[in-house]
Design a protein around this ligand. Structure first.
Ligand code: UD1
Ligand code: UDP
Length: 356
């Protein structure tokens, strides 16, 4: 069997691995390297346990740091692994610092690179993710895109070889896990009622690293005046403390801040929400998959199809009134299959069998 080393370490990457590894491992010897970029149990361990992700072969335990230091430590540790394993290819997902580190090391060692979720662009180079994506795509050999727009973005940058539009592995994940979620959890477990709450997530640097911006977001949640269930990323929690914004939340009894939830819990919460307010790439797509109206708290999105078909609206609480936007999102068009047919992982594996 040919050997593929997968390098990842954040929450959304673990969810993607769960969908892909299940199929990939039927035809390849996969060696899993966990960079440890996310390390709290509810940001990492819970996904291994709940989604039956194979235990990593290497735990690099890099943890949090500035971008340069975090990526630098990953470069050193990943290089050591690749020198030992000498794989036929390296697989990276998405656009995090773990993606970037895996791609840079493999390219210097002349190991073919497979990039899943290639070709996405926000055209905002202030986003760390945008830089990570651009660099990763330009050194990758096999690029699996989730959408036709991603294929077009790559073409516009001169990347046409090795590009395969297979659909979104996160759609595979939702299809595989939705029933499991509904069997395992009930809304009453969260003291919530169908269509009687909004679900929110916030973690992007642009929303958390400015006191003004984060204050505006929390005030907007406060103005919603209906239950807002907020499984909060540790980064955002720290910033709320640092900026002394706790009192804003204490005053608004309908804002329920909880620890990050597991993926199956999240699917259930998303499906039954009246609306979703988020800055997460994955969550805005899941809102579309489940046909739940969504507000994305960003000035751009890489997932423009969700906006075009009416299920998603971009908003900035410093400029826009979230409450009136929430009320203005009606059901979008029921366009199906914007993100493939749920067999992206199968297609990926078949294509890799031909090329690796
Ligand atoms: C990272 C990715 C982002 C992705 C997100 C998914 C980069 C540059 N960003 O952002 O693209 O959307 O993951 O969630 O790679 N922290 C903890 N415990 C943890 C993890 C993080 O407390 O288990 C805190 C630390 O204070 C850390 C901060 O969160 O400094 C940010 O974590 P980091 O991984 O650097 O970035 P994310 O915002 O999670
Ligand atoms: N998610 C989760 N628990 C949470 C918040 C998010 O399981 O408390 C899932 C969510 O359903 C989606 C993924 O994590 O599948 C999105 O990850 P995140 O928002 O951290 O990153 P992004 O997609 O923006 O890179």
């Amino acid at each position: 069997m040919k050997k593929i080393v997968t390098i990842a370490g954040t929450r959304p990457q673990l969810i993607k691995i769960a969908a892909v590894s299940r199929v990939l491992r039927q035809s390849f010897h996969e060696v899993l390297v966990n960079t440890g970029q996310h390390y709290d149990y509810n940001m990492a361990g819970v996904f291994f346990d709940e989604l039956n992700i194979p235990r990593p072969d290497y735990e690099l335990e890099i943890g949090s740091d500035t971008h340069g230091r975090q990526t630098g430590k990953m470069l050193i540790a990943v290089e050591e692994v690749l020198e030992i394993e000498k794989p036929d290819a390296v697989l990276v997902y998405g656009d995090t610092n773990s993606t970037l580190a895996g791609a840079i090391v493999a390219s210097k060692l002349h190991i073919p690179i497979i990039h899943i979720e290639a070709g996405l662009r926000s055209f905002n180079k202030l986003m760390p993710e945008e830089l990570n994506r651009i660099v990763t795509d330009h050194v990758s050999n096999i690029l699996f895109t989730p959408t036709e727009i991603a294929v077009r973005n790559l073409r516009n940058e001169g990347i046409t070889d090795g590009v395969y539009n297979v659909g979104d592995v996160m759609y595979d994940a939702v299809i595989y896990n939705m029933d499991l979620a509904e069997k395992k959890y009930k809304l009453e477990d969260f003291q919530l009622y169908k269509q009687q709450y909004y679900l929110g997530t916030i973690h992007r640097a642009e929303n958390t690293d400015s006191k003004e911006q984060l204050t505006a977001i929390l005030k907007a949640f406060s103005d919603v005046k209906e239950n807002v269930y907020l499984p909060l990323h540790p980064r955002t929690k720290q910033k709320i403390k640092q900026y002394n914004l706790e009192s804003l939340i204490e005053q608004a009894k309908h804002i329920h801040i909880v620890e990050p939830v597991s993926y199956l819990e999240m699917l259930l919460l998303e499906k039954n929400a009246k609306g979703i307010i988020t800055d997460s790439g994955g969550v805005q797509k899941e809102a579309y998959f489940m046909k739940v109206p969504c507000i994305t708290l960003r000035d751009q999105t890489e997932w423009t199809e969700t906006v075009e078909c009416g299920w998603n609206k971009l908003a900035n609480p410093l400029k826009d009134d979230l409450v009136s936007i929430l009320h203005s999102i009606q059901n979008g068009n029921a366009i199906e299959n914007l993100y493939g047919d749920g067999y992206a992982s199968v297609k990926i594996t078949e294509i890799l069998k031909q090329h690796i």
